[in-house]
Every structure is written in C-alpha cells, then in structure tokens.
Design a protein around this ligand. Structure first.
Ligand SMILES: Cc1cc2nc3c(=O)[nH]c(=O)nc-3n(C[C@H](O)[C@H](O)[C@H](O)COP(=O)(O)OP(=O)(O)OC[C@H]3O[C@@H](n4cnc5c(N)ncnc54)[C@H](O)[C@@H]3O)c2cc1C
Length: 471
C-alpha cells in the first residue's frame, strides 16, 4: 500500500487531504514562503499522531507540525512532507479551579482557551494579535511572548506539563501538574521552543491566574524612550507591579495604522514622536472600587502618576481609556502590527531583544545606520517595551536577498554590541537560519545539533528549521 492509503486507513479518507484540499496549508502567514506538502493529515488523538509518525518513518517521509499557521518565520514550510495539522485535537479536557490549571489538547485555539477560562473567573495571560488562530501547540513550540510577558513571563513560564510524540513514534508523557519537580533534565522546557523539530506536542498543562477585576489603560506621549523607562519604573513602584502591558508605538507606526484602516483615529491631535500604551490591571477588590471622583481607584492612581510626569515635563500628553470601548480601540491599534508590516513588500522582519535600558540606544544606533545601508529604506517599529523586545521591520528599497541579509547582519551587530538577541519571541524557523549561523555561540549550537541527532537521528521532524546545516 502507498503511504497515502496507509494514512487513510488510520485517519479516514476525509482526514488525509491531497490535491486542492491541501492548498490552504501551502503558504505561511506572511506569504513569504510557498510550498507543497505531500498531504495534510488531521489526527484527533495522540495515538493517531504516533501512528502517523511511525508510518512516515517507515516510508522515509518528513513530518511538519502545523497549528494555526500564524508563525512569522516559515516554520510550517513543508515541501514533500506530511503536514500534520493539529486542528481537530481541539478539546479543553479540564479546568481545575482550585489548582488553577487547564489541561488542553495542542489544537486548542488560544482565544477559545481565553474564553472558557474567563467564564470560570480565571485568566490565561498569554495574548497577542493572532490569538484567534494560534494554537496551544504552536505557541508552546515557538515559546511565544506577546503583550503580558512583563507581568507573567513568556510561554515557558506558563506551562507545567506537556505530552509529545517523539520522532520514533513513542509518546513522552510529561503531563506534570507540579510546580516543583527536580527529577533530572527539564525535557518540558526543551520541547517548548523547539519549533516542532524534536516532536509533536499533543497536550499541555497550563497555569491559570486570577481574573483582573479592573484595568486602567492609557495612551501616553512621552518625551523620549528614557522618560518612558523612568515612567514604567514609577508605575511599577507606585502600583505594586500592576503594569501588565507597556507597548511602544512611534509616529511612523501610528501613520501605518492610519494607512491600514481608514476608520482609525489618531490617538492625539498632535503627531508626537514617541507613544506608549500602558495597561495596569488589578485583582484586588479595593483597587477596583470607585472613588469619590467617580473613577476606579486604579485609574485614579494612573492619572496621578501621569499628571506628575506631565508637570515635570517627562510626558507630553496622555489619554486614559474611559470605558471598555476606548480600551479596545487602544488594543486594536497595537495588535494591528503584523498587518501594518504587510502594507509594503519586501520586508525584513526583525524581532530583537535588548536589556530594557538599551532600547533607546538600539533605536538611536539604527537611525544612523539604516540610511547608510539603504537610503531608500522605510522602517516600522513597534515594541513590547516593558520586556525589551523590539519588532524592527525594515522595508528595503530593493528586493535582493543579499541586500536584505546584509541589513539583517548589521542589525544583529548593533544588537550584539548591546548584549541582545536576534530572536526574542518568534523563534528561528527558516527566516532566521543565517542569523543563527552567524550569532549563536558555537558550543551551544553543537549541543543543540547533538540533541537533535539523539532524538531524531533520521532527521524527519520539521527538517531544515531552527538549526543551520553544519559546515
Ligand atoms: C498578527 C500576529 C501577531 C503576532 N504577535 C505575536 C506576539 O506578540 N508575540 C509572539 O510571540 N508571537 C506573535 N506572533 C507569532 C506567533 O509565534 C505565532 O502566532 C504563534 O506562536 C504560533 O502559533 P500557531 O498555532 O499559529 O503555530 P504555527 O504557525 O502553525 O507553527 C509555528 C511553529 O510551531 C510548530 N508547531 C505548531 N504546532 C505544533 C505542535 N503541536 N507540536 C510541535 N510543533 C508545532 C510548527 O511546525 C512551526 O515551526 C504573531 C503572529 C501574527 C500573525
């Protein structure tokens, strides 16, 4: 029997997609890669995933996991491979209120988890613009970050356990519900962020948190990025660490948002250079009460600190959301980043991290360097400023691979000099392979290759991603 026939025997005809049925799995979200999987399979259980892997091995065919296909680095590229879509493994198995955990299948869409958890008066804090499509398996595999890392950490910090089907077809059960477990190497954290190169995540145990009782959200025009950092520290000190999101959007970003959406409004009449969106949240009943001025106490505290900074000249203007609608408009602006980056092509997608007090140094250095490299280049900047992550998208003046790689290399130089990383939260996939080759410490890279060889000696699991070929 052929591989396709064998797969159909395991999954049923309708869950082995070939021909035009697999077309929607043939490009990445950014449209930078086009590819043609041999077929797309859609299992519903861990055992089926294991059977698929064993079949792929016996036919010497590669496997590429795909969740919501919202990754930004070509990680789901799957020419001539079995693309294994986790979309039907979409059950939230259990929400355990007392221990604040959820047990979920890998294909659960992030927004669906948010909704169910919210109905149980809890929250799962990982969030970003693609939450309506991104899946648990995808966010674990990319160790996604998003807008709340400042307060809750990135995906690795939010996961207690995983189940994974190894390239051998064996099922590795790491479905721990423990907050402490020092029994040997932490294989869970190895699998998280492996971008599907070490196996297929089928389930996870994730941490849940108390649902905030109130938010205070504002757009703030700051004098400079240094003033923004000082304001962040003052807000953290003044509110007992209530800052959940601290997002930077400069003038060019606001222009981009206006170009993207004709109905969008400018945050202020004046075109300020540096804007920050800040969100405080509280689970404390007392701070979510209304004060004598008719405002929620958390909001009043935000107003007090902003007023003080306004009087001292560190901020130039501020607007606090007066209701949920205004808050959502602020979030919509921030979460349009990926769509804004698609306004022009070609693009160079840089997702860098530097220490918090080096963000302004990075941007100042790039202001000088980019025009030297490409006088006609345009740039879109948006940053999870509270955790030092800058999305520095360059629209170069010409679509030339060498030219684009040179720009990336120069950006990496600046980042390296500031003690930063060329990949903050999107991972490596295909698009960051040359950066990985240039920048990753040799010893670390060799250890990674040895781990890959030990777990996947035949190299069938998402081959060609994350690890550049050894010379
Ligand atoms: C509009 C937009 C906004 C975004 N904002 C952010 C942001 O703020 N922060 C951030 O960190 N990221 C952001 N991202 C990128 C983010 O990395 C992805 O959206 C998400 O983490 C991937 O989830 P997915 O299910 O779509 O995975 P996919 O794109 O399907 O896959 C991503 C990688 O994981 C692997 N994979 C998928 N499922 C599994 C599995 N079950 N087992 C093993 N490997 C698997 C794939 O092979 C691939 O290598 C954004 C993306 C978009 C489009």
């Amino acid at each position: 029997m052929s591989l396709i026939e064998e797969l159909k025997k395991v999954l049923g005809d309708q869950n082995v997609l070939i021909g035009t049925d697999k077309e929607r799995y043939s490009s990445d979200w950014l449209g930078q890669y086009q590819f043609e999987p041999l077929c797309v399979v859609r299992p519903t259980s861990t055992e089926e995933v294991s059977d698929i892997v064993r079949l792929a091995r016996s036919f010497h065919v590669n496997i590429v996991p795909v969740g919501g296909n919202t990754g930004l680095n070509g990680g789901t590229h799957s020419d001539n491979a079995i693309s294994i879509s986790m979309e039907r493994m979409n059950k939230i198995r259990e929400i355990r209120l007392n221990s604040k955990i959820a047990i979920v299948e890998a294909g659960v869409i992030l927004a669906n988890l948010h909704q169910i958890v919210n109905e149980n008066d809890l929250m799962f804090p990982l969030t970003f613009g693609a939450r309506g499509s991104a899946t648990i398996g995808g966010v674990l595999s990319t160790n996604a970050g998003g807008s709340n890392v400042l307060k809750y950490g990135n995906t690795r910090d939010l996961v207690l356990g995983v189940e994974i089907v190894l390239p051998s077809g064996e099922i590795m059960n790491l479905m721990s519900e423990l907050h402490k477990d020092n029994s040997g190497y932490c294989l869970r954290d190895l699998v998280i962020g492996a971008e599907g190169t070490l196996g297929i995540i089928t389930k996870a145990v994730v941490k849940l948190f108390p649902k905030p009782k109130a938010y205070a959200t504002a757009m703030v025009a700051v004098k400079s990025l240094d003033s923004a950092l000082a304001l962040l520290n003052e807000l953290q000190d003044g509110t007992g660490g209530a800052v959940a999101a601290y997002e930077y959007m400069p003038k060019r970003y606001i222009q981009g948002h206006m170009e993207l959406s004709s109905s969008s409004k400018k945050p202020f009449k004046k075109d300020y250079e540096h804007l920050v969106m800040v969100e405080l949240e509280t689970t404390v009943e007392l701070f979510s009460r209304y004060g004598d001025d008719g405002k929620v106490l958390l909001s009043s505290e935000l107003e007090r600190i902003l007023n003080k900074n306004l009087n001292e000249g560190f901020i130039l203007d501020a607007h606090i959301a007066q209701n949920e609608e205004q808050r959502l408009i602020m979030w919509e602006r921030r979460e349009a980043a990926a769509e804004i980056s698609l306004l022009k092509t070609p693009l160079i997608n840089n997702d860098i991290a530097v220490p918090l007090d080096k963000v302004s140094k990075f941007l100042t250095a790039m202001e000088k360097k980019l025009p030297e490299l490409d006088p006609g280049a345009d740039v879109l900047i948006v940053s999870h400023l509270g955790d030092g992550n800058v999305h520095y998208t360059v629209w170069p003046s010409k679509d030339d691979e060498k030219h684009k790689d040179k720009i990336m290399e120069e950006i990496e130089n600046v980042v390296l000099n500031l003690g930063g990383s060329f990949s903050a939260e999107h991972g490596i996939g295909l698009s960051k392979l040359s950066s990985m080759e240039r920048r990753k410490d040799r010893v670390s890279l060799n250890v990674m290759r040895q781990i890959k060889n030990a777990i996947d000696p035949e190299g069938i699991m998402n081959p060609g991603k994350v690890l550049p070929k050894a010379n």
